[in-house]
Design a protein around this ligand. Sequence first.
Ligand SMILES: [Ca+2]
Ligand SMILES: [Ca+2]
Length: 368
Amino acid sequence: MPALPLSCFILYLSAALLQAQDAQRPTPAPAQTAATKAVPDGMVLIPGGTYRRGSEHKFKQTRAEYPEESPIHEVTVDGFWMDITEVTNRQFQRFTDATGYKTQAERGWDSKDFPDAPPEQLRGGALIFKPTPRKVELFRPGAEWQWWQFVRGANWRHPEGPDSTIVNRMDHPVVCITNEDAAAYAQWSGKRLPTEAEWERAARGGLDDKLFSWGDEPKPGDKWHANVYQGQFPNRNTAEDGFPGTAPVRSFPPNDYGLYDMAGNVWEHCSDLYRPDYYKTFVKLPEPKANPKGPDKPVSQPMVQQYLQTRNYPAEEPFHRLAWLWVTKGGSHLCHHTYCLRYRPAARHYSESLSPTNHTGFRCVRSR
Ligand SMILES: [Ca+2]
Ligand SMILES: [Ca+2]
């Protein structure tokens, strides 16, 4: 999985974004209802405790690097309940049926935010993966534009575009969901999105210091333990694991906490803002707090691109909340080990609400 690309639409609008307002941290979700001692339906208790977050592993067989995961550091989280599976299309449909909620990809974008954009550019849609016709050089700047395409009319009901349907995929994870869409579902269901610290705690399943949520072996017993990408990315998907796209939830073994698809299938939204240097600043805090909730200030994709090249962010300018980057975890069915070995608990990536994608969904948690 590459860095999520800006769509042409987004590039076109970036100047308008930089001048937009609303650059403050979001209002926290309302406090959750009182914890119940009964096991919430479809959830499992993740024990609180201290674990070692992040990874400094050196991968020998790929040019891909993951500096955003280091340094490894101790983090303490309280116990919490977590959904056993990713939120499915069936579950999300219950939410939209009950509330009439329209996702960002369905609504499109508001001319108030983009006064100079032609109406056509504001129509809803999502970034959709398209296999390339032949092998491509993966590690050149902008390479991802060869396999990501912004498709008008693509959304959770039509994950590959207007002519596609979820009718036969109601047990698959919902996709083309932004962080705000996921938070709206969570609030409706009396839950919330996990923090990044909670998500990684849960994904490890008690196996601290292991590479994967099942151990250190990529493919124990010669069996795939997650829905990821086999073959040659992005032009030849052999689907050796049985699934060329998303899989029904629970298609692969759970981790030791009983959670399914914490590796692969779809990326999962967290409640934290994303900064690639967050762990480096976190470990310098005089007394790192338990239950960390991520950085206070958002960054945008252009800021991250400059940071990755120079290790410095550009001078800060206000930018619209739609361009804020939010943490996503767990990798997806598009992760190939040579390019995106991010189906690991320590792996970190991001989403932005200008470009929902058809490999990003979520699951919820509830405080005890
Ligand atoms: Ca697969
Ligand atoms: Ca997942």
